[in-house]
Design a binder for this molecule. Structure first.
Ligand code: NI
Length: 170
Protein backbone atom coordinates (compact mmCIF):
# COMPACT_ATOMS: atom_id res chain seq x y z
CA UNK A 1 0.00 0.00 0.00
CA UNK A 2 1.54 3.24 -1.12
CA UNK A 3 -0.91 5.85 0.04
CA UNK A 4 -0.56 7.72 3.29
CA UNK A 5 -2.51 10.35 5.16
CA UNK A 6 -1.36 13.86 4.33
CA UNK A 7 -1.47 16.63 6.90
CA UNK A 8 -2.14 20.37 6.95
CA UNK A 9 -0.86 22.51 5.22
CA UNK A 10 -0.65 20.05 2.29
CA UNK A 11 -2.31 21.86 -0.67
CA UNK A 12 -4.53 18.91 -1.67
CA UNK A 13 -6.47 19.49 1.56
CA UNK A 14 -7.49 22.96 0.38
CA UNK A 15 -8.75 21.92 -3.06
CA UNK A 16 -12.25 21.12 -4.28
CA UNK A 17 -12.50 17.41 -5.02
CA UNK A 18 -13.95 16.13 -8.32
CA UNK A 19 -17.01 13.87 -8.53
CA UNK A 20 -16.44 10.16 -9.10
CA UNK A 21 -17.63 9.50 -12.66
CA UNK A 22 -17.41 5.71 -12.60
CA UNK A 23 -16.89 3.20 -9.81
CA UNK A 24 -13.90 1.25 -11.08
CA UNK A 25 -11.59 -1.29 -9.46
CA UNK A 26 -9.25 1.62 -8.69
CA UNK A 27 -12.02 3.36 -6.75
CA UNK A 28 -12.76 0.16 -4.81
CA UNK A 29 -9.05 -0.24 -4.06
CA UNK A 30 -8.82 3.36 -2.91
CA UNK A 31 -11.77 2.88 -0.54
CA UNK A 32 -10.18 -0.28 0.90
CA UNK A 33 -6.85 1.50 1.45
CA UNK A 34 -8.58 4.45 3.06
CA UNK A 35 -10.36 2.13 5.49
CA UNK A 36 -7.05 0.54 6.50
CA UNK A 37 -5.42 3.94 7.04
CA UNK A 38 -8.43 5.23 8.94
CA UNK A 39 -8.34 2.25 11.31
CA UNK A 40 -4.55 2.41 11.67
CA UNK A 41 -4.75 6.01 12.85
CA UNK A 42 -7.83 5.39 14.99
CA UNK A 43 -10.14 7.63 13.02
CA UNK A 44 -13.90 7.28 12.52
CA UNK A 45 -13.94 9.03 9.16
CA UNK A 46 -11.63 9.77 6.27
CA UNK A 47 -12.02 11.70 3.01
CA UNK A 48 -10.11 10.87 -0.19
CA UNK A 49 -8.25 14.23 -0.28
CA UNK A 50 -6.66 13.16 3.02
CA UNK A 51 -4.79 10.48 1.08
CA UNK A 52 -4.00 13.00 -1.68
CA UNK A 53 -6.81 11.79 -4.00
CA UNK A 54 -8.92 14.79 -4.89
CA UNK A 55 -12.18 12.93 -5.52
CA UNK A 56 -15.53 12.86 -3.74
CA UNK A 57 -15.35 9.69 -1.68
CA UNK A 58 -15.44 9.25 2.10
CA UNK A 59 -15.19 6.34 4.51
CA UNK A 60 -16.95 6.31 7.88
CA UNK A 61 -17.05 3.77 10.71
CA UNK A 62 -18.70 5.02 13.86
CA UNK A 63 -18.14 1.70 15.63
CA UNK A 64 -14.44 2.69 15.65
CA UNK A 65 -11.81 3.45 16.47
CA UNK A 66 -11.61 0.21 18.51
CA UNK A 67 -14.15 -1.86 16.62
CA UNK A 68 -14.35 -2.25 12.87
CA UNK A 69 -17.91 -3.31 12.44
CA UNK A 70 -19.71 -0.67 10.46
CA UNK A 71 -17.61 0.50 7.53
CA UNK A 72 -19.50 2.71 5.12
CA UNK A 73 -18.23 4.18 1.89
CA UNK A 74 -20.10 7.15 0.44
CA UNK A 75 -19.41 8.33 -3.09
CA UNK A 76 -20.38 11.81 -4.32
CA UNK A 77 -22.11 12.53 -1.00
CA UNK A 78 -24.50 15.49 -0.79
CA UNK A 79 -26.10 16.73 2.39
CA UNK A 80 -29.39 18.60 2.66
CA UNK A 81 -32.09 19.52 5.20
CA UNK A 82 -29.57 20.64 7.80
CA UNK A 83 -31.34 21.27 11.10
CA UNK A 84 -30.50 22.20 14.66
CA UNK A 85 -27.15 22.99 16.17
CA UNK A 86 -24.67 20.90 18.11
CA UNK A 87 -21.24 21.72 19.50
CA UNK A 88 -18.68 18.96 19.88
CA UNK A 89 -14.95 18.53 20.10
CA UNK A 90 -13.42 17.50 16.81
CA UNK A 91 -10.05 16.31 15.68
CA UNK A 92 -8.77 15.30 12.27
CA UNK A 93 -6.15 12.81 11.09
CA UNK A 94 -4.82 15.57 8.81
CA UNK A 95 -4.51 17.99 11.73
CA UNK A 96 -2.57 15.87 14.22
CA UNK A 97 -2.22 16.91 17.84
CA UNK A 98 -5.08 19.38 17.88
CA UNK A 99 -8.74 19.29 18.89
CA UNK A 100 -11.32 22.03 19.20
CA UNK A 101 -15.04 22.59 19.63
CA UNK A 102 -16.93 23.06 16.37
CA UNK A 103 -20.58 24.03 15.85
CA UNK A 104 -22.48 21.98 13.26
CA UNK A 105 -25.99 21.01 12.24
CA UNK A 106 -27.48 18.37 14.49
CA UNK A 107 -29.45 16.57 11.80
CA UNK A 108 -29.24 16.23 8.06
CA UNK A 109 -30.12 14.10 5.08
CA UNK A 110 -27.44 12.35 3.05
CA UNK A 111 -27.68 11.35 -0.59
CA UNK A 112 -24.78 9.37 -2.02
CA UNK A 113 -23.79 6.23 -3.88
CA UNK A 114 -22.36 3.12 -2.26
CA UNK A 115 -19.43 1.15 -3.68
CA UNK A 116 -21.79 -0.86 -5.89
CA UNK A 117 -23.19 2.31 -7.38
CA UNK A 118 -26.49 1.98 -5.55
CA UNK A 119 -28.11 5.19 -4.31
CA UNK A 120 -28.04 5.77 -0.56
CA UNK A 121 -30.64 8.00 1.09
CA UNK A 122 -30.14 8.38 4.82
CA UNK A 123 -31.21 10.64 7.65
CA UNK A 124 -28.39 11.20 10.14
CA UNK A 125 -28.15 12.81 13.55
CA UNK A 126 -25.67 13.17 16.41
CA UNK A 127 -22.22 11.75 15.69
CA UNK A 128 -23.09 10.56 12.17
CA UNK A 129 -24.33 14.04 11.26
CA UNK A 130 -21.16 15.66 12.66
CA UNK A 131 -18.87 13.13 11.01
CA UNK A 132 -20.56 13.48 7.59
CA UNK A 133 -20.29 17.28 7.71
CA UNK A 134 -16.61 17.04 8.72
CA UNK A 135 -15.75 14.57 5.95
CA UNK A 136 -17.78 16.30 3.24
CA UNK A 137 -16.10 19.59 4.21
CA UNK A 138 -12.81 17.90 3.26
CA UNK A 139 -14.20 17.38 -0.26
CA UNK A 140 -14.65 21.14 -0.51
CA UNK A 141 -11.20 21.97 0.84
CA UNK A 142 -12.46 22.90 4.30
CA UNK A 143 -10.84 21.72 7.54
CA UNK A 144 -12.34 21.96 11.02
CA UNK A 145 -9.66 24.52 11.90
CA UNK A 146 -11.27 26.76 9.27
CA UNK A 147 -14.35 26.85 11.49
CA UNK A 148 -12.78 27.93 14.79
CA UNK A 149 -12.24 31.48 16.06
CA UNK A 150 -9.45 33.63 14.64
CA UNK A 151 -7.68 33.67 18.00
CA UNK A 152 -7.72 29.88 18.32
CA UNK A 153 -6.56 29.55 14.74
CA UNK A 154 -3.63 31.90 15.35
CA UNK A 155 -2.60 29.93 18.42
CA UNK A 156 -2.80 26.70 16.44
CA UNK A 157 -0.71 28.09 13.57
CA UNK A 158 1.94 29.21 16.08
CA UNK A 159 2.02 25.77 17.68
CA UNK A 160 2.28 24.12 14.27
CA UNK A 161 5.18 26.35 13.24
CA UNK A 162 7.04 25.34 16.39
CA UNK A 163 6.41 21.62 15.72
CA UNK A 164 7.55 21.88 12.13
CA UNK A 165 10.70 23.70 13.21
CA UNK A 166 11.38 21.07 15.86
CA UNK A 167 10.86 18.30 13.30
CA UNK A 168 13.46 19.88 11.02
CA UNK A 169 15.98 20.13 13.85
CA UNK A 170 15.47 16.52 15.01
NI1 NI B 1 -10.73 15.34 9.01
Amino acid sequence: MSRKIVTYPHPVLAGKAAPVMEITDEIRELAAEMAVLMYQDKGIGLAAPQVAESIRLITVDLSGPDKREDLRVFINPVISNLEGEVVSEEGCLSVPGYRSNVTRAERLHLSALDLDGNPVEMDADDLMSICLQHEIDHLDGVLFIDKISKLKRTLYERKLKKWLKQKKED
